[in-house]
Write a protein that binds this ligand. Structure first.
Ligand SMILES: Cc1ncc(COP(=O)(O)O)c(C=O)c1O
Length: 405
């Protein structure tokens, strides 16, 4: 029913190609950006502050800082928490590079935990085993960055308990999951964690082009993030060592230029107002796939009963034993019929850089590796019409069936 409400026919789906994700830009988004471009402020202006206020109002966190991109956000979180050489940051094996790289940017070490077979998120049981063995070896974990993969919230209650028991900072890399809920609570409210990190890259559930944000209920932490976002500069007379006049600023810590522009934030506020509608559409698309994809050929994602999924991705796991070719051949054949999909993710610890640095191998992350071997992300974005979904499923099934043993 929801599909019928939101999916109107435009164009001929037969001639279309499809990607796994795509932005939705309406006339009001364009008007908001044009208005910002005509204003006096292109950056460090009122639209940045408005976007930050809109984010806190929408998600319920006490404060938000908008930044250049989601990677910069993770780096700033690490800097503000004082990560340094000797610190150990754990994250999931199944994520984008940035969730681990941020530890190394700060001089800390990254380590990885395998995923849960059902949610595809960091496995709390395996995390606990790792925390115990590290503790026995006299090593402390500084922070855990959990990622709500595909938009399915992590098990935040178990992760929060572990964070209290083992004394690490818990970070939510919620780049896939804006608007998702865990036990009725917005995950971006920051209720479960020290900080939430968002990305507004065009394939995400709302966009500013490039962009990101950090949300937190710890106002001292947010203050540090704001200073670090602009070179470590301050004009706060209460903390400056001297005050030569109105022009004067001080750099008391080493920061970066991780700012976002006003025209990006104008787009952000406009998109944020539509996030619920976008997510409703994403859930309707997922429901269509749940009901129409052939479960004899693939395993479909499962949703825990205590969460609301944001469906940045709809990952299916091919039943490879049914086919007479491997995923590479199937993937190429899908491209030949206009399905330009993607795989999320080759496990980060198996990337050449991390293998060389820490000696990781496939057997260290058996679930994430097997997931990678079978996974393909189906198209999910609000512009998909009912006819598109029919067409996508037809092409997907016809291609897979060509290769049945
Ligand atoms: C889980 C996750 N974390 C961090 C990032 C980094 O975000 P950005 O591309 O905005 O730097 C991404 C983006 O793909 C992501 O998927």
């Amino acid at each position: 029913m929801i599909l019928i409400k939101y999916l109107k026919h435009t164009g001929n789906p037969l001639s279309k190609t499809y990607t796994y994700g795509k932005q939705t830009i309406d006339a009001d988004d364009i008007a908001a950006v044009v208005e910002a471009l005509k204003s006096d402020w292109l950056t460090v202006g009122p639209r940045v502050i408005k976007f930050e206020t809109d984010l806190t109002n929408r998600f319920g966190a006490k404060a938000a800082v908008a930044v250049a991109n989601g990677t910069a956000g993770l780096h700033l979180i690490g800097l503000a928490l004082g990560w340094k050489p000797g610190d150990l940051i754990l994250t999931t094996a199944n994520t984008f590079l940035a969730s681990a790289n941020c530890a190394l940017y700060c001089g800390a070490d990254a380590d990885f935990v395998d995923i849960d077979e059902v949610s595809y998120n960091i496995c709390p049981k395996k995390l606990e085993v790792k925390l115990k063995s590290l503790k026995q070896a006299g090593k402390k974990v500084t922070a855990v960055i959990a990622v709500d993969f595909a938009g399915h919230p992590c098990d935040w209650s178990t992760l929060s308990k572990l964070s209290k028991e083992y004394g690490f900072d818990l970070i939510d890399d919620a780049c896939h999951a804006m608007g998702a809920k865990f036990e009725g609570e917005e995950i971006c409210s920051g209720k479960f964690v020290k900080a939430v990190n968002l990305s507004f890259h065009p394939v995400k559930t709302m966009t500013t082009g490039e962009g990101g944000a950090i949300l937190s209920n710890d106002l001292e932490f947010i203050k540090k993030v704001k200073v670090l976002r602009t070179h470590g500069m301050t004009k706060d007379i209460d903390v400056m060592e001297r005050n030569d006049g109105p022009w004067y600023y001080e750099m008391q810590t080493l920061g970066y230029n991780y700012r976002i522009t006003d025209f990006q934030c104008a787009l952000g506020s406009s998109q944020l107002a539509k996030l619920d509608r976008f997510n409703e559409k994403r859930r309707a698309i997922a429901k269509y796939y749940d009901e129409n994809l052939d479960k004899s050929l693939m395993t479909l994602p499962k949703v825990a009963s205590n969460v609301e999924h944001a469906y940045h991705l709809y990952p299916v796991l091919l039943n490879l034993e049914k086919f007479n070719v491997g995923k590479k051949e199937i993937f190429k054949a899908l491209q030949d019929v206009g399905l330009n999909l993607q795989v999320h993710y080759y496990p980060v610890p198996l990337q050449p850089y991390y293998r060389k640095k820490y000696g990781f191998q496939e057997s260290d992350f058996p679930v994430a590796y097997s997931f990678y071997q079978r996974e393909i992300s189906m198209p999910v974005y609000p512009l998909l019409e009912n006819e598109d979904l029919v067409e996508i499923c037809n092409r997907f099934h016809a291609t897979l069936r060509k290769f049945l043993k």
